[in-house]
Design a protein around this ligand. Structure first.
Ligand code: ADP
Ligand code: MG
Length: 243
């Protein structure tokens, strides 16, 4: 299967420190690909480099999206190609009606079916407003529906269970599966083993590289055993990786 996203030898440096250090990664079309790693390993940095956020130009290496070199494209150009970060729709849309909010990507959004997809009743929610009157969980659902409305090809989620307005892990993983059902590929960043179980494949980020890949359960066990509380980031011993 072809890779929707391929990172080849990606290096990203802050000062003299290589946060990403020759990272290779292939995300296949239609898969939910989880990246795990302890705090400070560079997960958010990787998401930022993939999104093309300002200032996150890699020092070397290449990013290919659907075969096209996107290494120097801006975040807007990448969004046009179908790469979207969940939960990063500008706050300037605060206060608009839910039905308008879901039509941000174009007027032909099927608002009722989008709301149903995220488990909200269209009758009850289409006329509500995107503001403090929504609970944290409702808001997360509506924001994800807005991303779905834009029909992304690759959705990047960075620690979707973090933040103040917690929705349950189960709710979030169900929503993530919806993206897959709709044909999108997903790059899911987490250090929560329960969340990682939604992944078709889990890659472990350590020392600026992907050091190990496997199925969710196997990787969760490895992470629990060797990575939790690890302070020597970047030095997972060979025998552990192969064990
Ligand atoms: N703007 C910055 N200036 C200096 N160091 C940074 C900056 N942003 C991130 N870092 C460092 O880069 C490393 C990776 O950070 P990050 O990608 O946020 O990790 P994670 O998301 O895995 O917790 C950390 O050591 C962090 O302190
Ligand atoms: Mg992070």
């Amino acid at each position: 299967m072809a890779g929707i996203l391929e990172a080849r030898g990606l290096t990203y440096r802050i000062g003299k420190k290589d946060i990403l250090n020759g990272l290779d990664l292939t995300i296949k079309k239609g898969e939910i690909h989880v990246i795990m790693g302890v705090n400070g390993t560079g997960k958010t940095t990787l998401a930022s480099v993939v999104m093309g956020l300002g200032g996150y130009q890699p020092a070397s290496g290449q990013l290919l999206f659907d075969g096209e070199d996107i290494t120097t494209l801006s975040i807007t150009e990448r969004a046009k190609l179908g790469i979207m970060l969940a939960w990063q729709i500008p706050a300037s849309f605060e206060g608009v009606a839910v039905r308008e909010y879901l039509s941000l990507g174009g007027s032909n959004a099927d608002v009722p079916s989008l709301l149903k997809m995220v488990g909200l009743s269209p009758q009850q929610y289409a006329g509500r407003f995107v503001d403090d009157s929504l609970s944290g969980g409702e808001r997360k659902r509506i924001e994800l529906a807005a991303v779905m409305a834009m029909k992304p090809k690759l959705v990047v989620l960075d620690e979707p269970d973090s933040g103040i307005d917690l929705a349950s892990t189960g709710t979030i993983t169900r929503l993530i599966r919806k993206f897959k059902e709709n044909g999108a590929s997903v790059l899911l960043i987490t250090h929560n083993e329960n969340m990682a179980s939604v992944g078709d494949i889990v890659s472990l980020l350590c020392g600026g590289k992907i050091v190990k890949q496997g199925k969710a359960r196997q990787m969760a066990r490895f992470f629990e055993k060797y990575c939790k509380g690890c302070e020597h980031v970047g030095k997972v011993e060979e025998e552990k990786l192969n064990g």
